[in-house]
Design a protein. Structure first.
Length: 239
């Protein structure tokens, strides 16, 4: 897949990832508020040119708040373990821990995520986020700037995000809507040809081709909150 451009939700501009990083430093809110904020850029570790987004979050918010947002918008399939690795420290979170897991985490010196971002993040320094130990989705989290502005409604303000990458149906070349996950590499199909596939009825053999770095992994079907969906192709795409 080719590098994707993305959309600035502040002014509507469509830009490449590097252009967006520079653009947001000037285009961000410019509000009157005096809440200390971070402008944070998040990229997929495996496809950093394809899956990326930028958000604003209060510096007093915790790693758990950021984890919660990343889960909601991009990665949560069924409540796996997630962690931030910051220098030597690991901050982990299990929505439904077993007693054994809690003991193992303590043994591995995993710290809780109830730490303010301003205590652990530094502008310009990338930290690693990963979700799910078996089929990990790994992200790079980089604070690009620190400034003051309005408190984001709902705790996080999404500033920009990549457009949906184009993947052709392997039969007809139309934009894929499904991935057949029992094949490796996974096979992309349009809706019509997915439904004609002999394994169409098999549970979770087909997963929706959603705009997320977690696409095709575990049972990921996109954000449960529809306001976080962004299944939009770039405005200049011919598809
Ligand atoms: Zn803009
Ligand atoms: Zn899962
Ligand atoms: Zn097709």
């Amino acid at each position: 897949m080719q590098a994707t451009t993305g959309k600035c939700f502040v002014c509507g501009a469509s830009l490449s990832k590097d252009e967006m990083k520079a653009h947001l430093l000037g285009c961000r809110g410019r509000e009157q508020g005096d809440e200390p904020l971070f402008l944070i850029f998040v990229e997929d570790d495996y496809f950093p040119e394809i899956y990326w987004l930028a958000l604003e979050i209060p510096r007093s918010a915790t790693l758990a708040d950021l984890d919660e947002y990343l889960r909601h918008i991009w990665v949560d399939c069924c409540g796996h373990y997630s962690q931030f690795t910051i220098g030597e420290a690991v901050y982990g979170r299990r929505p439904n821990p077993s007693p054994v897991e809690l003991v193992l985490d303590e043994y591995a010196h995993v710290q809780p995520m109830d730490v303010p971002l301003e205590d652990v993040l530094t502008v310009g320094e990338t930290v690693q986020y990963s979700y799910d130990e078996v089929w990990p989705s790994v992200l790079r989290v980089t604070p690009l700037a620190a400034y003051s502005g309005d408190v984001p409604a709902g705790g996080v303000r999404l500033l920009a995000r990549n457009y949906k990458p184009f993947k052709p149906c392997r039969v007809c070349g139309k934009p894929a809507e499904w991935l057949y996950t029992d094949a490796w590499p996974q096979e992309a199909y349009c809706d019509e040809h997915a439904r004609q596939h002999p394994a169409w009825e098999k549970p979770n053999a087909f997963l929706p081709f959603v705009n997320s770095p977690r696409v095709g992994l575990c049972v990921y079907r996109g954000p449960k909150d529809e306001s976080l969906l962004f299944e939009v192709y770039p405005p200049d795409a011919e598809a």
